[in-house]
Design a protein around this ligand. Sequence first.
Ligand code: TYD
Ligand code: MG
Length: 469
Amino acid sequence: MARAAALSFVCQNCGTAYNKWQGKCEGCGEWNTLAEEDVSGASSMPANLRPKRKGRVFPLESLTGATQDAPRLPSGMGELDRVTGGGFVRGSVLLVGGDPGIGKSTLLTQATSMLARAGHRAVYISGEEAIAQVRLRAARLGLADAAVQLAAETSVEDIIATLSEGKPPRLVVIDSIQTMWTDTVDSAPGTVTQVRASAQALIRFAKKSGAALILVGHVTKDGQIAGPRVVEHMVDAVLSFEGEGSQQFRILRAVKNRFGPTDEIGVFEMTGLGLREVSNPSELFLSERDLGSPGTAVFAGIEGTRPVLVELQALVAPTSLGTPRRAVVGWDSSRLSMVLAVLEAHCGVKLSGYDVYFNVAGGLRIQEPAADMAAAAALVSSLANAPLPVDAVYFGEISLSGAVRPVAQTTARLKEAAKLGFGRAVLPETARGEPGGDAGLSLTSVGSLTSLVAEIAARGKARKSREDA
Ligand code: TYD
Ligand code: MG
């Protein structure tokens, strides 16, 4: 009897397998993501006919013991090392995701070149571009002289055979994992089964040889690394490279990191000569401030271990629609709704007849609750047509009762503000006891959102009467 091929329907989003087709994947809830794949794997022989292999005895190790020299290799790019936690770990695997055209290939070309210049064996395998294209980019970046070993290949077996020759590589970049294919499975490149098997083979090579492996992964429209979620579980760290299309700032963020922090960001600027590291992001985010216009507030935030000042912009305008618009870029829209609800419920600010647009300048995405107060200040400032003082920074979390709650790292926030020439800070009341006043700023502590609103509204009135006079 002929053996039926082990066909199965595999969700291209999360990798869940079904034995019949269905519209919705129960694993991840996505629709129309199931595709037919041969999941029989390398061996098509039934299990009972396969030759039995006797297990090999391997030595078990203790937790202590001689570790290999220099387990981490700094890339020489400070912002990249900050996100990885101090450099590439031997035998570790990193997945870098990001929209097409965001600069993944550029970033990794720069990183491999830096390592090659430092005398390490660094290999760049492109499955998407021809050698000439990669060379053209390197020439544009002024890195054509770096001794990077380059190939345009997609066969995992060939790649591993090549890498196993000679001195073990210190860094291997695979751009991208979706273009790789292995002989061991029959599915087409880019399918979950192929990507998973290719990643597995490459990861096995990295662990065995001690090379650091970087896999580039495509992302889908909603920012997930395309296809194999499973690959995210197989790797040691997942970095996401983000940016707002039109702006030149790029932010590298660790989504998962077994060997380092997950809240650090690396900031880059895309220039005509490649990515430039931005070691003081506050200066960059505040560089094009609209001084003295209503609706902007400077938020003193913390990204990882580093304080970052960023401008929040709000536009509150009368609506012509039945349901007013709420549009947010760079912040959580439910967080905005919450701040708007607190303003309505506790501070008597009526916003139901207004459209609200909210934007974080510079393409940064803010996750800290400490941004609440700065956001509220920007919103009220726009509504009351009252510019906020240009030398003030704001931070503090707002609770549903309208109270302003303290946040961590007051000192670091104030120091950064002082460094950039700000003269005053509006902050939660309880933060006053903390050291930080010595940063030289004049501190205005706010216990509830109501008092902040009243203060801004008074400015608006004063301005109006000045204009009328
Ligand atoms: P690329 O690294 O190819 O992106 P990805 O690999 O993420 O798809 O970068 C592509 C974009 O970056 C492209 O639009 C051109 C721009 N770019 C510059 O602005 N300056 C440069 O020096 C380089 C190399 C690219
Ligand atoms: Mg690319």
